[in-house]
Write a protein that binds this ligand. Structure first.
Ligand SMILES: [Zn+2]
Length: 323
């Protein structure tokens, strides 16, 4: 894991940089427009083709040069239907991208001056940008492990008793870093921890040519044959590393997440747990980018706008979101 305390110059993005790049609402609006409709070119629903568009004076919309049909760069994005200024949205994204452990809705409220309800909604929407459900791991060496969050029984080997609803299972897969590329992680809050669940995840997110490292837990018994090679470490015999056989990388990620959310969560619904996992994974997978995570986040706005909405409009703040 990258434990550098200082971020190299080219990866720094300070509040001065933010203020310079986004001094006004309009600067944010033009940035969003350029992301969504580069050079003002966009598909016109009336002309049924790509057309040049121009800004409508005094309004946050663009119009087709040919037929004047109007389009908004905000349509389909997390900013649509929001009365909060675009610059506050951008600033909240900057805040969320600039801390190592993420920030809460409470902090967004404090820093931006919006109501808690609004801050919570922004927080949820911004965090929705961080999920990457289709990401597949491409590394040749992948570790797989399961853990539990919430509840009072500590440690993964204190596996919860049957019917213990306070512990939420999570299954994780992580690539080992190579000289060329940092390893990425995928962590999934799952309804159960079974051999079938494990096989489903392997099938969907790990390439058959990968070598997979796990412990001796029986849910991994059927991995051999699905991947190039399955190597196991015998944790119950208190063996943790034999040559390249270990699950230390994924365990490092688990403790990172636990340090971040462990103190806050006592009872956690799977739905919210997944969003926390997504946020930590998003950061982890870009840990070589320094503060440029903000830039990645801005890109996600238009990428996500192309996908169907994943968050229902009417949601109430989570009781656990109090830190
Ligand atoms: Zn048109």
């Amino acid at each position: 894991m990258n434990r550098r305390q200082t971020i190299p110059k080219e990866l720094r993005y300070t509040i001065e940089d933010f203020n310079r790049q986004f001094p006004t609402d309009d600067a944010c609006f033009e940035h969003l427009r350029e992301q969504r409709f580069p050079d003002g070119i966009a598909y016109c629903q009336t002309c049924k083709q790509e057309r040049q568009h121009h800004r409508v004076k005094g309004r946050p919309v663009y119009a087709c040069d040919e037929c004047l049909t109007q389009i908004s760069p905000m349509a389909g994005t997390i900013f649509e239907h929001s009365s909060t200024s675009l610059r506050l949205w951008y600033y909240a994204m900057y805040l969320m991208a600039s801390t190592r452990c993420g920030i809460s809705a409470k902090q967004i409220q404090r820093e931006t001056g919006v109501t808690y309800k609004t801050a919570w909604r922004m927080f949820r929407q911004i965090r929705s940008l961080l999920s990457e459900p289709d990401m597949q791991l491409e590394g040749s060496a992948v570790e797989m492990d399961e853990t539990y969050y919430g509840g009072t029984r500590k440690g993964k080997h204190g596996r919860p008793l049957r019917g213990d609803k306070k512990k939420s299972p999570v299954i994780g897969i992580i690539e080992r870093s190579t000289k060329k590329r940092i390893g990425r992680v995928k962590a999934l809050a799952t309804p159960d921890v079974t051999a079938e669940r494990v096989l489903g995840i392997v099938h969907e997110h790990i390439l058959p040519k990968s070598t997979v490292f796990t412990d001796e837990y029986r849910i991994y018994d059927r991995l051999g044959g699905r991947v190039k090679e399955h190597k196991r470490i015998n944790h119950t015999a208190k063996v943790y590393v034999v040559g390249d056989v270990h699950t230390n990388t994924i365990e490092g990620f688990w403790s990172l997440v636990k340090r971040g959310i462990g103190g806050v969560y006592h009872q956690v619904s799977q739905k919210y747990l997944q969003t926390y996992l997504d946020e930590y994974s998003f950061r982890y997978n870009r840990r070589d980018q320094g503060n440029l995570i903000f830039t990645s986040l801005l890109k996600r706005v238009s990428e996500k706008a192309a996908q169907p909405a994943s968050i229902p409009a009417q949601m109430t703040p989570a009781p656990t979101d109090a830190f």
